[in-house]
Design a protein around this ligand. Structure first.
Ligand code: NAD
Length: 295
């Protein structure tokens, strides 16, 4: 068992830290939101007063923050914690951020003699709660082997896809496909409903047909189709529209960097931007269906 510092206890980080505590790790936690710290403490973690305060004698430092600027701010910004991380500790950033940011922080860590991997996740809040996440890892093989016992207590699948930053590239590829598929699924169900079809029956049919996907089977965008999907609880508690918008922006940047064409990814990015402008930025990204729902 390890002494773990865990920073960022939102929709994903909260249940991930709770699973580590449940597995027997000594977990010290911090978030800017006091209620998130309290929830993790209720699940068996030890609350800390600041990010720095999580670090005393930590063997593993894990961050799960919204975007590049938060991760760079935490490690490298004014009062950044990189200098305070104990020698020999392993740093794991699970946030989805720009590959260039991941490389920048990993290089700064290496200069201090610290090993760091990017390990963004897939599996959503349900996967975070159930401890069935997929980790998509960029970094040294040996650093991944050090991380494996901790990652295994939060997830089921671990993929090593390359050096630092490669985990982020692979994650962006996955989320670009997801963003496109969610928007397409919502559009298809809206068309059926406009013709008087029952969205539940339509979704059940699609879930065993060639239109099947995570968007039909697990996170169906139509309210009432799946009891446990964000759509059935007012699009709360899932993967935020603005986080998907961020990921599609990162995918666009990554595409420009190598001259790749991503016509559907760009279209999807515009749809999530429109959904954000419609006031749905904080809702689950499946709320993109609202753009095509009638009445
Ligand atoms: P979230 O907004 O729910 O949580 C982020 C947390 O970080 C918040 O509680 C915030 O207070 C905290 N935070 C921000 N800056 C901080 C700082 N400097 N110090 C301490 N805490 C700080 O986001 P989330 O849904 O948990 O997502 C986290 C990351 O995981 C994002 O990069 C997202 O793209 C990715 N992700 C999310 C999902 C999902 O389904 N929600 C799935 C896969 C990946």
């Amino acid at each position: 068992m390890s002494r773990v510092a865990f920073i960022g206890l939102g929709n994903m980080g909260g249940p991930m830290a709770a699973n580590l505590a449940k597995a027997g790790h000594a977990v010290r936690v911090f978030d800017l939101v006091p209620a998130a710290i309290q929830a993790a403490a209720d699940a068996g973690a030890t609350p800390a007063g600041s990010a720095r305060d999580t670090l005393a004698d930590a063997e593993v430092v894990i961050s799960m923050l919204p975007a590049s600027r938060h991760v760079e701010g935490l490690y490298l910004g004014e009062g950044g914690i990189l200098d305070a991380i104990p020698a020999g500790a392993l740093v794991i950033d699970c946030s989805t951020i720009a590959p260039a940011s991941a490389r920048k922080v990993a290089e700064a860590a290496a200069k201090r003699g610290l090993q760091m991997i990017d390990a963004p996740v897939s599996g959503g809040t349900a996967g975070a709660q159930a401890g069935t996440l997929t980790f998509i890892v960029g970094g040294d093989e040996q650093a991944l082997e050090r991380a494996r016992p901790v990652l295994q207590d939060m997830g089921r699948n671990i993929f090593h896809v390359g050096g630092n930053g490669a985990g982020q590239v692979a994650k962006l590829c996955n989320n670009m496909a997801l963003g496109v598929i969610m928007a397409a699924t919502g559009e298809a169900i809206a068309l059926g409903v406009a013709h008087g079809l029952d969205p539940k029956v339509l979704s059940q049919m699609m879930a065993v047909s060639t239109g099947r996907s995570w968007a039909t089977e697990v996170c169906n965008p139509w309210p009432g189709v799946l009891e446990n999907a964000p759509a059935s609880r007012g699009y709360t508690g899932g993967f935020g529209n603005d986080l998907m918008l961020k990921d599609l922006g990162l995918a666009a940047e990554a595409a420009m960097g190598v001259g790749a064409s991503i016509p559907l990814g760009e279209l999807a990015r515009n749809l999530y931007a429109m959904n954000s402008q419609a006031g749905n930025g904080a809702l689950d990204f499946s709320s993109v269906v609202k753009l095509v729902q009638r009445g």
